[in-house]
Write a protein that binds this ligand. Structure first.
Ligand SMILES: [Zn+2]
Length: 147
């Protein structure tokens, strides 16, 4: 029987990000609160920024400006899935690109993540990512008991 060049999934690369209900909830809440929020968006930061700028512009033109832009790109996800430091880098921007607004986007993102049960670490530097710990948000390794 002919094979169709189907690649067998490598069990060592089972994507742990499939088990991320709390992270999904955090991103859902961000969108509900007027943010542009995307997971695994585009291949890298350069491509993501271009695409997100365009999205933000579209929103502004439609009279519904985004409060902020929050995302991680596919390379971030791959590091995360590979268990790199066990940390997912959450990236954020302000449509205005003003420092004070960017800091506000980060603060509000952290509040929403916390509400969704996703603890974060951030050093208050607007050009540094918000970090999310792998073990806390993946279902299979969660130590938080069900309620
Ligand atoms: Zn790219």
């Amino acid at each position: 029987m002919r094979r169709f060049g189907y690649r067998q999934p490598n069990p060592r690369h089972q994507h742990r990000l499939q088990h991320k209900p709390r992270l999904n909830e955090a991103f859902r809440l961000l969108r509900k609160n007027g943010f542009i929020a995307r997971q695994g968006f585009m291949c890298c930061m350069g491509c993501a920024c271009v695409a997100l700028d365009a999205l933000a512009k579209k929103r502004a033109e439609a009279g519904k400006p985004a409060k902020g832009i929050v995302y991680y790109h596919r390379q971030d996800a791959e590091y995360f899935e590979g268990g790199y430091k066990g940390t997912l880098m959450i990236r954020f921007m302000s449509p205005s690109d003003m420092d004070a607004d960017t800091a506000k986007v980060a603060q509000e993102t952290i509040e929403i993540f916390t509400a969704a049960g996703v603890p974060t670490t951030w050093d208050q530097e607007i050009d540094h990512c918000i970090e999310v710990d792998l073990d806390v948000i993946t279902e299979e390794s969660s130590t938080v008991s069900a309620v």
